[in-house]
Design a protein around this ligand. Structure first.
Ligand code: GTR
Length: 392
């Protein structure tokens, strides 16, 4: 608590020297989404998928999030708890342990899943990477929280799932290795080794492995959702793993959805200093050197194409650079256009509480502070209804 107060005080008196003045944003040039390393202009979906997309994925692995290990020896799903009468009979609760073994080590991801009762066919699902207190995703619903309003999702006809990110990697610079990274110790010393954010995204993919064999879930209709640091991970998960049909990145800010080259609010140096355990060590080369980055976050958003993407901000959350987030999403439109998908986002950022919720690209800036709220979820449901077709 004390540390948090000191940190907030530091932000408020701006001791880190972050810029919050639009007039002080220096001119910058973003790396071109549609120009390959060999200077080939990308104009077709084929060239995007065969040339540019893989290039951009490697750039992010090498410079930002680290490599994503895809091999493991074994994965076991075990339903550890079940309640067919959860939420007053409206939902079927499953508490599933996903145990993944490699290098003779096992990591256990505990999934909480509610499925609407009496479904006639497999249902679409939302998966939250929970980076707040575990009580926010409690199976017994002692706490009903806007951060994960499971009742509302069930009411809307969706399955709703969550795992706590600390199962994959504790969010602590001294202990983050004690999760997924126990399976992949070689990652820890590699410059392009994944760290905590990579591990959180990796875990989301293991949940997808589980969904693929749960008959209640339509695994072709899963939305991965994350807030803030969890929103950086949800983006990276969706970029890596195209089995996710839709992505929500809520207030994800620096090294999430916002542009680094603008240096507005949180910077790369700031994030690497506060959270040295989040990104690949190579990323530290770009501390105070955004110009040297061969990529920016609009390219990560573009990796979600052609799947729908919901990006949000909050009006008081300048740290996450709402304007830079919106510019980033607007840039990503170029790749959706290759797929002949027209975005309805206006040229300038929309007004507060004026959501744009049409696929493929959705955006809103909610009044208030850095948070994930029931208001935000209500919009995500609209995008899913719109894209997947409303059930019930
Ligand atoms: C902040 C960090 C942000 C964001 C946020 C959060 O301290 O600087 O990038 O990740 O934490 O996760 O709430």
């Amino acid at each position: 608590k004390k540390l948090l107060i000191i940190f907030l005080l530091c932000i408020s008196v701006n001791v880190f020297g972050q810029n919050y003045d639009e007039a002080k944003v220096a001119a910058y040039t973003l790396p071109d989404l549609l120009m390959s390393v060999n200077k080939k202009k990308i104009t077709t979906v084929k060239d995007w998928e065969n040339i540019r997309r893989p290039e951009i994925l490697s750039l992010f692995e090498e410079n930002v999030y680290g490599k994503m290990p895809r091999q493991f020896d074994n994965i076991v799903f075990e339903v550890k708890g079940e309640n067919k009468n959860a939420m007053n009979g409206k939902a079927h609760l499953k508490e599933v342990e996903i145990a993944v073994t490699s290098n003779k080590k096992t990591v256990r991801i505990n999934l909480i899943l509610f499925v609407p009762s009496k479904i006639k066919e497999p249902v679409a699902a939302f998966l939250l990477i929970n980076n707040r207190g575990k009580e926010n995703t409690s199976p017994n619903r002692e706490v009903i929280s806007g951060f994960w309003p499971a009742e509302r999702l069930i009411e809307a006809g969706y399955a709703i799932a969550a795992f706590h990110y600390s199962d994959a990697a504790p969010d602590n610079e001294d202990t983050f290795q004690n999760g997924v990274l126990r399976l992949y110790p070689e990652q820890l010393s590699a410059g392009d080794g994944m760290k905590a954010v990579g591990a959180w995204a990796w875990a989301a993919s293991r949940v997808m492995d589980y969904f693929k064999q749960d008959k209640d879930i339509d695994a072709s209709k899963v939305t991965v959702v994350g807030h803030s640091r969890g929103g950086k991970a949800s983006l990276w998960a969706a970029a890596q793993d195209t089995r996710f049909a839709m992505c929500v990145t809520n207030c994800s800010g620096n090294t999430g959805a916002s542009l680094s080259h603008r240096r507005f609010g949180e910077t790369i140096e700031r994030i690497n200093t506060s959270f040295p355990h989040w990104f690949a060590d190579n990323y530290k080369k770009y501390n105070s050197n955004e110009k040297g980055l061969p990529l920016d976050q609009h390219m990560l958003l573009a990796l979600v194409a052609p799947r729908p993407l919901y990006v949000t901000n909050a009006s008081q959350d300048l740290w996450a650079d709402p304007k830079g987030t919106y510019l980033s999403e607007k840039e990503a439109e170029k790749v959706y256009r290759l797929y002949k998908l027209t975005s309805s986002l206006p040229v300038s950022p929309p007004a507060v509480n004026m959501p744009f919720v049409k696929p493929p690209l959705a955006y809103h800036i909610r009044e208030g502070k850095h948070d994930l709220t029931e208001y935000d979820w209500a919009q995500f449901i609209k995008l899913a209804d719109n894209h997947f077709g409303k059930k019930k």
